[in-house]
Write a protein that binds this ligand. Sequence first.
Ligand SMILES: [Zn+2]
Length: 320
Amino acid sequence: MSKTSSQSVFKVYRLKYDDPSLDRAGPKRDDPDWLDRALAHEHARSIPVWRNQNLVDGLNSSSPAAIVRGVELHDHAAEIVFLGMDNDAPVFAADYSELDEHEVTDLVGHGFTDLRKVGPLLSEAEAALLAYARGMLFWHRNHRYCGRCGSTTKSQKGGHLRACTNPDCRRPSFPRTDPAVIVLVDPPGGAGAPPRCLLGRSPHFLPGMYSTLAGFVEPGESMEQTVRREVFEESGVEVGEVRYLASQPWPFPSSLMIGFHATAISTDIRLHDDELEDARWFSADELLAAKARGEDETFCLPRKDSIARFLIEVWLEERG
Ligand SMILES: [Zn+2]
């Protein structure tokens, strides 16, 4: 998490996997000749992806580097996507998922891994680039057929569109991101009340972990409406004011996490649906004490590269 002040009244937060240093060069996607030249460019680089895993090495060095290979392997890639320009170097994502493990190791390299395992060790720019590549290629692999007529689709515009190949249909599909809200709720109270926040525990979490509540935005909902619905469905707590803080790309596989702080108008907890096995109001002192003694299986907070942790840390900074 980095924090800068763009103006005196604004805080601009940037979370892991969000880095603007790559120029996405959107207008270039419309020029097939330019894309051909970019692929053959002497400085062209590509980010290999294999079955949702990224190729990473050098994690033991002081500056872990995501490997970016030359273009000679592109003949073996099932899909190639133009990601953008890193100064004068065109950058692509290349999907080797159709090779088996032995083939991909021989051809591309050893060290494909889940980005979430190594993201915290990578630089901001590397983590964002690998997440972008992973997200784009996941979308391609899962949109090979037209959602309207079932015909095959074909990649266009440097991989930023798939068009149906049925001449009577030609339906275009665009890379998809699923918006999800994530929210830290504090209780009504006002001055003098000890600061507390609502955290919940899913049965899928690591032992002892509690986190902010989250859920996908449904069609026809505003994000604020989703916050209120999800918190009520999961915990029985009713939410009043909702304040946006920051968002985080989370292409695992295809989400955008939109982070809020909110204030409840009720405090009784009733677990309505089956998403949480527990939800509680935690005091800021409890969270600070847990951090001070070291997090373990009896209690821990979400991983440090997540927006859930960010929402908690900002709240502790403001209220703790
Ligand atoms: Zn179609």
